[in-house]
Design a binder for this molecule. Structure first.
Ligand SMILES: NC(=O)C1=CN([C@@H]2O[C@H](COP(=O)(O)OP(=O)(O)OC[C@H]3O[C@@H](n4cnc5c(N)ncnc54)[C@H](OP(=O)(O)O)[C@@H]3O)[C@@H](O)[C@H]2O)C=CC1
Ligand SMILES: N[C@@H](CC(=O)OP(=O)(O)O)C(=O)O
Length: 369
């Protein structure tokens, strides 16, 4: 593993949507970060002009610092974030398209959690522990948009994120997958705040998360696909079919997914081989020495009743995916259960780790360099 890349000074971070569920998670994860420091906050006109401590309805177990609490929340206009080295967006999707476009046009580097730009022609859709090489398309995007240091990178839908980490490990080791079936049990924090009504979710399971299945089925193919020659775009997979069924359950954090896969190459690997490959999987995030990278990208739980959200979602500070119950599937080839922390690796943590990788690769450039 390389020595962590520490710039001459901490990079100043702007957070858009700082009062929301994902925005709050950014603040917690950046509190003790050695490379990034929270500098400017943005939210809706309802919050703008207030101190952060007055505007936010704080829902995290960890407190925010007095320094963050006394920052004044801005409207999300690029000129108010001009001295930020990097901007993380946890904006509501009703405004993210327009606001993020304005920030990128103002030559700011933006890492977004919102769905709006994910399938854009020149927009890297990056899960840091699945397809970090897609960040190389940043150079081409800059040329297309005539930018000097700005760019837009998005991370994936939270359920897609956990899934593709495991699938990338399998694809690298055993070649293409022909079929993937996934059923999710998604936490209520995935719906933001106040999100799902308590009368809908207590003593109940909701069998619909609008648009979620379609996102899992399309985003996974872009993430697991390759790059055009010269990193000028993407080549989504065509040989793999993903079928998703998504449910909301009464868990606060942590999306569980029951996954079954069929391999193109037959005979298929055994469950034992699959388990070994998942446990051994490493990525650029670790080899580049990124601060937030989990020591194990995938934790393979050997106990028969794991993973469980309450017990496993914080594995490696929420940056790992946990997989268990790897076994033969009578219909496809192999099946397993996985867990991803939806607001850490599934959201803010992916944005932060993507930025750490981009910095280590020289793609994210501090303002005065
Ligand atoms: N929660 C999760 O697990 C995941 C979420 N995402 C995505 O991340 C984004 C944020 O999600 P989440 O934090 O859950 O959502 P929340 O509803 O909790 O937060 C939304 C944020 O957007 C701000 N906002 C709303 N309207 C405007 C506006 N007109 N102008 C500027 N800011 C505005 C809100 O500010 P204010 O408080 O002032 O209203 C708030 O800060 C979404 O796009 C979501 O789809 C992605 C992956 C996972
Ligand atoms: N839909 C996810 C969270 C989310 O906001 O996803 P996306 O960013 O893809 O819209 C959930 O409810 O758990």
């Amino acid at each position: 593993m390389a020595t962590p890349h520490l710039p001459a000074r901490k990079l100043r971070v702007g957070i858009l949507g700082a009062t929301g569920t994902v925005g709050q998670r950014f603040i917690v994860l950046l509190e003790t970060h050695p490379v990034f420091t929270v500098h400017a906050l943005g939210a809706s006109p309802r919050s703008a002009g207030k101190l952060y401590q007055e505007a936010v309805r704080w829902k995290m177990a960890q407190p925010f610092s007095p320094v963050v609490g006394s920052l004044v929340v801005n409207e999300c206009r690029p000129e108010l974030f001009h001295d930020c080295d990097v901007v993380f967006s946890g904006l509501d999707s009703s405004v993210a398209r327009e606001v993020e476009t304005a920030f990128v046009r103002a030559d700011l580097p933006v890492f977004s959690n919102a769905r709006n730009h994910r399938m854009g022609e020149y927009v890297p859709l990056v899960v840091p522990t699945a397809n970090p090489e897609h960040l190389d398309v940043i150079q081409h995007q800059r040329k297309q948009l005539q930018l000097r240091r700005g760019f837009l990178v998005t991370n994936a839908n939270c359920s897609t994120t956990g899934l593709v980490v495991a699938l990338r490990a399998l694809q690298d080791a055993f070649g293409p997958l022909s079929q993937v079936m996934v059923q999710t049990m998604q936490a209520i924090s995935g719906a933001g705040y106040p999100g799902v009504s308590s009368l809908d979710i207590i003593d109940n399971v909701m069998p619909l998360i609008s648009g979620e299945e379609e996102k899992m089925e399309t985003e996974a193919l872009k993430i697991l696909g390759g790059l055009q020659p010269g990193a000028t775009g993407f080549r989504p997979l065509t040989e793999t079919q993903v079928s998703a069924m998504c449910n909301r359950v009464a868990v606060v954090d942590g999306h569980m997914e029951c996954v079954a896969v069929k391999f193109s190459q037959q005979p298929a690997p055994s469950p034992e081989q699959v388990q070994q490959v998942l446990a051994d999987y490493t990525t650029d995030a670790q080899t580049l020495g990124c601060y937030s990278a989990a020591k194990e990208t995938i934790v393979v739980a050997t106990e028969p009743d794991r993973p469980q959200p309450r017990l496993d979602r914080e594995n490696h500070n929420g940056y790992a995916v946990t997989v268990g119950r790897v076994r033969r599937c009578p219909a496809l080839d192999v099946k397993f259960t996985l867990l991803v922390h939806n607001t850490i690796l599934g959201a803010a943590g992916s944005g932060i780790l993507n930025a750490e990788i981009a910095l280590a690769k020289g793609l994210l450039v501090p303002l005065d360099s």
